[in-house]
Structure formats: structure tokens, C-alpha cells
Ligand binder design. Structure first.
Ligand code: AMP
Length: 236
């Protein structure tokens, strides 16, 4: 299983003949479901920007604001206050004609805010049981330079603690400790699930089983994108 993860690289899957036309895709799901990895694949394959709320917040984690620093919330697995996140996301999606937005909205207030800023036409939710989330996150390691994600159980790096792609150091996120993971899952259940319930009544909403290998999940996601009605796609 580890080999299957390692050998596959989303870049090898680039499809020059398929492009999305004005697609605004949301990728949502509980912590550890693989949102960031899969959003990267969507971005590379279809050549659309990857906007990650978590990444935007990490880049500003130590900035002092009227609400404190984003890192004060992130390390505890709490949601960062809406005005801070909304501002960052607004700046990126405002004039964009296409993107894959990952990790946002995470509560109904953010969802309402987003609706006032742009129109989303594809909502993809990755489903993963809590037990598997805990297993995945406690073994997760991330490259501090390029952000590549490894898993010490399923997709370990060639050399322990070193990124295969760029040679950077791998670290464990503070909020990947078991107690913080549990709390993040509770936050997801209480705050984010109502967002999904509102989206699921709309066209363009799809749930994907996020168990299995990275590649298996990617194939499921890709098939839902290819299934978009023909008039919404163009060939280059
Ligand atoms: P992620 O990398 O998506 O797991 O996000 C890491 C952390 O950033 C989360 O646990 C939250 O503390 C914060 N965060 C990410 N996205 C949001 C959001 N949409 N709203 C509030 N906080 C967020």
C-alpha cells in the first residue's frame, strides 16, 4: 500500500485535453480527509488556482490582530474568527474566474459571506470516519519548505524526517496531537456539518468516500469532475 501511495504523483496525471470552464470548486471534509492533497491534484490537473484557507492562515499565523494571532486558535484546533478568515479568502476569490477552494467555509456564517462574494458551482465533500482520521493525522508529517504531506504508516518518506521532493525537514503539526485532533473533529461536526446540510440540497453537490489510497480517492473525485455537463467544459 505504501508503494501505491509513493509511486503515484498527481503531476503525472495532468490532462492537457480537458479544462474546466469557469469552474469554482469547493473541497470540504473533516480534518485529515486529504483535502489539501486532493485540492493540489485538482489544481495541477486542471490548471486552476488552489486556494487553501489553512495555508492562508498559516502564512499569517503570527500576525497580531484585534482578535489575537491566528496561531492562538490554530494550535488548539479552534476556528480562527470569521472576520480574519473572510478577509483573507475574499482577497483571493474576489476576481477569480476559477479555483479550487479548500477548507472554507467551515461554518454557516462563512458560507453566507462567501455567497455574497462569488458563486460556487461544485461542492465536493470527502467523507472519512473518525477512527481513520485519528490514525491518519497522528502519523502525518509535513514538509516545512514545500508543504508535501507524508504519512509514516501509509506513505513514508524515503529517509525519515526528510522530504522526498525538496529535501526539506518534515514536522508534525501541533494540532495533530490526539487531543487536538479529537477537538477538531468535534468542531467539524458542530460547526461545519450544518454547512454541508445546506449545500447538499443544491445542484453540484457531491459526496466522495475518502477511504483508501490517495490515488483511489483522486479517481473518484476526477470522475465527478469529468461528469460535469458538456456545455460547462471546453477542450484546449
Ligand atoms: P487545515 O489546514 O485546513 O486543517 O486548517 C488548520 C487550522 O486553521 C484549523 O484547525 C483552524 O484553526 C484554521 N482554519 C482553517 N480554515 C479555517 C476556516 N475556514 N475558518 C476558521 N479557521 C480555519
Amino acid at each position: 500500500m505504501a508503494d501505491a501511495h509513493k509511486k503515484w504523483k498527481s503531476h503525472d496525471q495532468r490532462e492537457p485535453h480537458v479544462s474546466l470552464n469557469n469552474k469554482k470548486i469547493l473541497l470540504m471534509g473533516p480534518p485529515g480527509c486529504g483535502k489539501s492533497t486532493q485540492a493540489h491534484s485538482i489544481s495541477v490537473t486542471y490548471n486552476i488556482p488552489h486556494i487553501s484557507a489553512g495555508r492562508l492562515l498559516k502564512d499569517t499565523r503570527d500576525v497580531e490582530t484585534e482578535y489575537g494571532r491566528p496561531s492562538d486558535y490554530m494550535e488548539r484546533g479552534e476556528l480562527v474568527p470569521n472576520p480574519l478568515v473572510n478577509r483573507l479568502v475574499h482577497f483571493r476569490v474576489n476576481d477569480a474566474t476559477e479555483f479550487v477552494l479548500e477548507g472554507y467555509p467551515r461554518n454557516v456564517s462563512q458560507q453566507e459571506y462567501l455567497e455574497g462574494v462569488t458563486e460556487i458551482n461544485r461542492m465536493i465533500v470527502l467523507d472519512l470516519p473518525e477512527r481513520e482520521i485519528l490514525e491518519r493525522l497522528t502519523a502525518r508529517r509535513i514538509c516545512e519548505d514545500c508543504g508535501t504531506i507524508f504519512n509514516n504508516d501509509f506513505s513514508p518518506p524515503e529517509k525519515a524526517g526528510v522530504c522526498d521532493r525538496c529535501g526539506g525537514n518534515l514536522y508534525r503539526r501541533k494540532d495533530d496531537r490526539p487531543d487536538a485532533v479529537k477537538h477538531r473533529f468535534e468542531v467539524y461536526e458542530h460547526r461545519t456539518r450544518p454547512v454541508l446540510e445546506r449545500y447538499q440540497k443544491r445542484p453540484g453537490f457531491v459526496r466522495i468516500d475518502a477511504t483508501g489510497t490517495t490515488r483511489e480517492v483522486w479517481e473518484r473525485i476526477r470522475s465527478t469532475i469529468v461528469e460535469l455537463p458538456a456545455q460547462t467544459r471546453s477542450t484546449v
